[in-house]
Design a protein around this ligand. Structure first.
Ligand SMILES: *Cc1c(COP(=O)(O)O)cnc(C)c1O
Length: 448
C-alpha cells in the first residue's frame, strides 16, 4: 500500500530479486486480501494476481497501446525473460501531439482577475487592452476582437459590403475556413493556384482570375510563410480590389520589416488553441481605417448604432469575444517573442535531425523580403510521405498531412476555373510536425 501511495498508479508490480515479474495487485486487491483475513505481515506473493495483461518491450507502439481499454488502464512491459522493464498506461496513446497550448505565463492570473471583476461577458478592460496591444504589435491603428478567426474574415467582407454577386479570390491550399467565410456572406469564391517556392497564393494566378466582378483577394500567409505582397498589392491597386490578409497561421511574420496584418484593407487573425497565441477560441480584425473600424464594431454587435441604443443600422451579428478570453490573450501576447523563438528552435532541431533522412525532407524556404515564422514545422517529404507518416504514427507521434486542395472537394470544386497543378503536387507531399512550446528538444530526439 505504501508503494501504491507513492507511485500514484493504483497498482503495484511484484518482482523477484532479479526483477522478474511475478504478478500485480491493485489497491482494491489489497483491500480485499485484508478483508479476507490476510495479515499485514504475510508475504503478498501468494495472493497477487498472476493472470494479467502484459506487453513485450519490443512490441510495436500500436500493439502495446491496443491492450489498454475501459477495464485495463495500465500494463506492465517485460522483456523475453519476463524481467519488468516499464509500464504503459492510459493517456500514452499519443505521446507527441501535433500541438498544445502553453499557458504558463500570466494567463491564469489575468483570467482570475477578469473573473473576479465579474466582467465576464464582452465588455471589460481586457478586451480593450487586447485589441489595442495586438493592433500595436502588428503596427495597425485598430483591432476588433471577435469570437473566432472564421467570422473575422466574414466580418471583413460585410464591412466592405462584399456579398452576393461579388467574386473573391482565394488560394487552393488553405484551411477551409478561408473559403467558408467567403461563402457565408454569399459571395462567389474563385480558387487559384499557389507559388512553387512559398506555397502561398500566386500573383500570376490572381491576375489571370480577375474579372469585372472581383472585389477582394484573400491572401493566406500559409504555415507561417509570407505571401508575395508587393506583387499582389500592385495587382490589387491596378484593379481597385481589396486585400484581406488571413494571418491565422502567421502571427508575428514580416514583409520588408513590417508585420503581416498591416498590409490588407482588413487583416484577420485566429486565436484557436493551436495557433501562435491563443484565447481558446477567438479572432481579430485589424485595419488602419477609422471608418472600417467603426463599421466592424457596429456589425459585431448586432448592427446596433454606437450612439443610439437599440437602434439598428444594419443586419448585424453577435461576433463578440469575452473579457475572459481577452485576459488570456493579453497574457499570451506578453510572451509572443519568446513563443516564436522557441518554435524556431524546434524547427531547427527537426532540420538538423532530418538532414540526411532517407525520406528526403525539404523545409520551408526563407525568401527574400519575407520573414516567416514557425507555426507548425512544415516540410515536404520527397521520398514516400505515406511511409514516413506510418513510421512515426507507429511511435505515437502525431504527424499531419497538408490541407487537401479545396478544389479536390465536391463542395468547392466548381469554384476552381483553372487547373491548380502546384497545389495538387505540394498538397500530396507536405507534412506538419509536432510544434508547441512545451515540446522539449530532447523529445524530438525520438525521431532519430
Ligand atoms: C485556423 C484558421 C482559420 C480559422 O480560425 P478559427 O479561429 O478556427 O475560426 C482561418 N484561416 C486559416 C488559414 C486558419 O489556419
Amino acid at each position: 500500500m505504501e508503494v501504491i501511495n507513492k507511485n500514484a498508479l493504483g497498482v503495484v508490480f511484484v518482482v523477484d530479486q532479479k526483477d522478474k515479474l511475478l504478478g500485480i495487485a491493485t489497491d482494491g486487491d489489497i483491500r480485499r486480501m485484508l478483508l479476507s483475513g490476510v495479515a499485514l505481515t504475510d508475504s503478498i506473493e501468494a495472493h497477487i494476481n498472476k493472470e494479467f495483461v502484459f506487453a513485450y518491450a519490443d512490441d510495436d507502439f500500436n500493439s502495446i497501446a491496443s491492450k489498454i481499454d475501459e477495464r485495463i488502464k495500465i500494463v506492465p512491459v517485460v522483456d523475453k525473460e519476463f524481467i519488468l522493464k516499464d509500464y504503459f498506461k492510459v493517456g500514452n496513446k499519443v505521446h507527441l501531439p501535433i500541438s498544445a497550448p502553453t499557458l504558463n505565463g500570466n494567463e491564469f492570473t489575468y483570467l482570475t482577475d477578469a473573473f473576479l471583476s465579474s466582467w465576464i461577458s464582452s465588455t471589460g478592460a481586457y478586451i480593450n487592452r487586447f485589441e489595442s496591444e495586438f493592433a500595436n504589435y502588428c503596427g495597425t491603428n485598430f483591432g476588433v476582437a471577435v469570437s473566432n478567426g472564421t467570422v473575422a474574415i466574414s466580418l471583413a467582407f460585410t464591412a466592405l459590403k462584399i456579398g452576393v454577386g461579388d467574386e473573391v479570390i482565394v488560394p487552393d491550399l488553405t484551411f477551409a475556413a478561408t473559403i467558408n467565410a467567403v461563402m457565408h456572406v454569399g459571395a462567389t469564391p474563385v480558387i487559384v493556384d499557389i507559388e512553387e517556392d512559398s506555397w502561398c497564393i500566386s500573383p500570376k494566378a490572381i491576375e489571370e482570375a480577375i474579372t469585372t466582378k472581383t472585389k477582394a483577394i484573400v491572401v493566406v500567409h500559409l504555415y507561417g510563410q509570407v505571401c508575395n505582397l508587393d506583387a499582389i498589392l500592385k495587382i490589387a491597386k491596378e484593379h481597385n480590389i481589396d486585400i484581406i490578409e488571413d494571418c491565422a497561421e502567421a502571427h508575428g511574420a514580416e514583409y520588408k520589416g513590417k508585420k503581416v496584418g498591416s498590409f490588407g484593407t482588413v487583416s484577420t487573425f485566429s486565436f484557436f488553441a493551436n495557433k501562435i497565441i491563443t484565447t481558446g477560441e477567438g479572432g481579430m480584425c485589424l485595419t488602419q481605417d477609422k471608418e472600417l473600424n467603426q463599421r466592424m464594431r457596429m456589425l459585431r454587435d448586432h448592427g446596433m448604432s454606437r450612439e443610439k441604443k437599440y437602434w439598428h443600422e444594419e443586419v448585424g451579428f453577435n461576433y463578440r469575444m469575452t473579457n475572459l478570453q481577452a485576459a488570456i490573450g493579453v497574457a499570451q501576447l506578453e510572451r509572443i517573442d519568446e513563443i516564436l523563438q522557441q518554435r524556431r528552435a524546434i524547427e531547427n532541431k527537426y532540420r538538423d535531425l532530418f538532414k540526411d533522412s532517407e525520406f528526403k525532407l525539404t523545409f520551408q524556404e526563407d525568401l527574400k523580403d519575407r520573414k516567416r515564422i514557425t507555426w507548425l514545422t512544415t516540410a515536404l517529404v520527397h521520398n514516400d510521405r505515406e511511409k514516413f507518416i506510418a513510421y512515426y504514427t507507429e511511435k505515437g507521434i502525431d504527424i499531419r498531412k497538408f490541407f487537401y486542395p479545396l478544389s479536390s472537394m465536391d463542395i468547392y470544386k466548381e469554384f476552381a476555373r483553372k487547373e491548380t497543378p502546384v497545389t495538387q503536387k505540394i498538397s500530396k507531399m507536405g507534412i506538419n510536425l509536432p510544434t508547441y512550446n512545451s515540446l522539449k528538444l530532447s523529445e524530438i530526439e525520438q525521431f532519430g
